[in-house]
Design a protein around this ligand. Structure first.
Ligand code: FCB
Length: 444
């Protein structure tokens, strides 16, 4: 049996657009995901988050399920369009839902961890250029300020952004996430403004002396060379630059990686979105790093790829329902690498989990694949801790099945099953398994 430290934080994670619903409640405005999901061909079966899991109304039941699960902390995100539904308008009613949610969490002794931005940008801001417009940084600070003023005494763990790589590149270069653009130059600008807004909000938080901790969550995906060939190794290094170093370096080293600056400026022209002083802001000390880990990418050199001459190999065996290869050992190596190359700050796995095609049989969901996946990743995390690694907590993605972005409701990541007809929640076997892990604080 492997024991986790007594203070280890077991949790689960969700995001506003993926679970809340309540699309028009208490003055909520429109988000880019409401708009994106109306466009034909963008989201599986043109599904959307209008109702989602109806967490907006069913949160007491959901918090009850969290409490029975035994989690110490719950990671959720705020919906920006609830607070700022239109240009120039602050909607105080949009705070009410979160007050109720926090009441409920506090009553059950569950510590909140809040993400400020998990991709649901108000459309009025998108209409002003969204994250491509540098002015958004000020809007983000205004929004964060309201959250800190309202909840700074109740929420002690803040995450500025969730996975800026996805918001920037899936949203603006690859076009598969809202707002669905396919312009690399835009994506780079967006990545920079996301990081800059992160730094500004860290500065704001410090200035308010709120006595909590603030960090950022990155989706980090090791780029593993497909062979020992130096061409593949170089290709993997480039994709590592794309996925990981482009975010880790400015945050922890106060600069963008030079090889990537070269690549990007050669391909897309001068990086003149980068202004003097920006990197100093982006590199402002944080209190922890949130790591979202799902899989690694096995990379080979490929001349067909116009930007990096590198491509991930499509895995077909031992994959989840997303087609993502299952590689728990890469979680261990990733954590080691963060520690050796970047920081000794506390780390949290802010997301890890797996989609599988779950089915209810006789009222039960026997999701053994998910149990195995979580088990093996917990073991990898334990190994890191055992060797002295500073990993403080682990949030399973996700508490319940939900709107999986472009995949709509077709991918189930939850440890609680949601019947989208009746909205009934049924804990899966993985929930019960996790309950026992939390209770014993051990894994075999
Ligand atoms: C991450 C997102 C999260 C969820 C999982 C499966 O990229 O942060 O919202 O969709 O993937």
């Amino acid at each position: 049996m492997k024991s986790f430290p007594e203070t280890f934080i077991w949790g689960t994670a969700t995001a506003s657009y993926q679970i809340e619903g309540g699309a028009h409640e208490e003055g909520r405005g429109e988000s880019i995901w409401d708009r994106f999901s109306r466009q034909p061909g963008k989201v599986y079966q043109q599904e959307n988050g209008k109702i989602a899991c109806d967490h907006y109304h069913r949160y007491p039941e959901d918090v009850q399920l969290m409490s029975e699960l035994g989690i110490k902390s719950y990671r959720f995100s705020f919906a920006w369009p609830r607070l700022f539904p239109e240009e120039g308008k602050f909607n105080p009613e949009g705070l009410n839902f979160y007050k109720r949610l926090l009441d409920e969490l506090e009553a059950k002794g569950i510590t909140p961890t809040a993400t400020i931005y998990h991709w649901d940008l108000p459309t009025w801001l998108q209409d002003k250029g969204g994250w491509t417009n540098r002015e958004i940084v000020d809007h983000f600070v205004t929004y964060a300020k309201v959250l800190f003023e309202t909840f700074g005494d109740r929420i002690k763990n803040w995450i500025t952004h969730n996975e800026p790589w996805c918001a920037a590149f899936l949203g603006h270069a690859l076009g598969v996430h809202a707002p669905g653009h396919t312009d690399w130059n835009e994506a780079l600008i967006v990545s920079h403004h996301l990081l800059l807004s992160h730094g500004k909000v860290v500065e704001l938080y410090r200035s308010m002396e709120l006595n909590g901790q603030i960090g950022i969550t990155l989706n980090l995906s090791p780029a593993v060379p497909a062979t020992n060939d130096s061409m593949d190794k170089d290709a993997a290094w480039r994709l590592d630059g794309f996925a990981n170093r482009w975010f880790l370096d400015p945050i922890f080293k106060g600069k963008y990686p030079e090889d990537m600056m070269d690549t990007y400026s050669r391909k897309f022209g001068p990086l003149n979105f980068l202004k003097e002083g920006d990197l100093g802001v982006i590199g402002k000390p944080i209190d922890f790093l949130g790591v979202n880990y799902y899989s690694h990418n096995s990379i080979s050199h490929n001349d067909d790829d116009p930007v990096f001459q590198a491509k991930p190999i499509n895995e077909t065996e031992n994959v989840t329902d997303m087609g993502w290869g299952i590689h728990p050992e890469s979680l261990y190596h990733l954590l080691k690498r963060i520690q050796s190359d970047y920081t000794n700050l506390p780390l949290y796995i802010t997301e890890n989990g797996a989609a599988f095609p779950d089915e209810v049989e006789n009222g039960k969901i026997e999701d053994n694949d998910r149990i195995r996946y979580l088990h093996d990743h917990f073991v990898a995390a334990h190994r890191f801790i055992e060797e002295g690694g500073n990993l403080k907590g682990y949030y399973v993605w996700s508490l319940m099945d939900n709107f999986e972005w472009a995949f709509g409701y077709s991918k189930r990541f939850g440890i609680i099953y949601v019947d989208y007809e009746t909205l009934e929640r049924t804990p899966k076997e993985s929930y019960k398994w996790y309950q026992n892990i939390i209770k014993t604080n051990q894994i075999d």
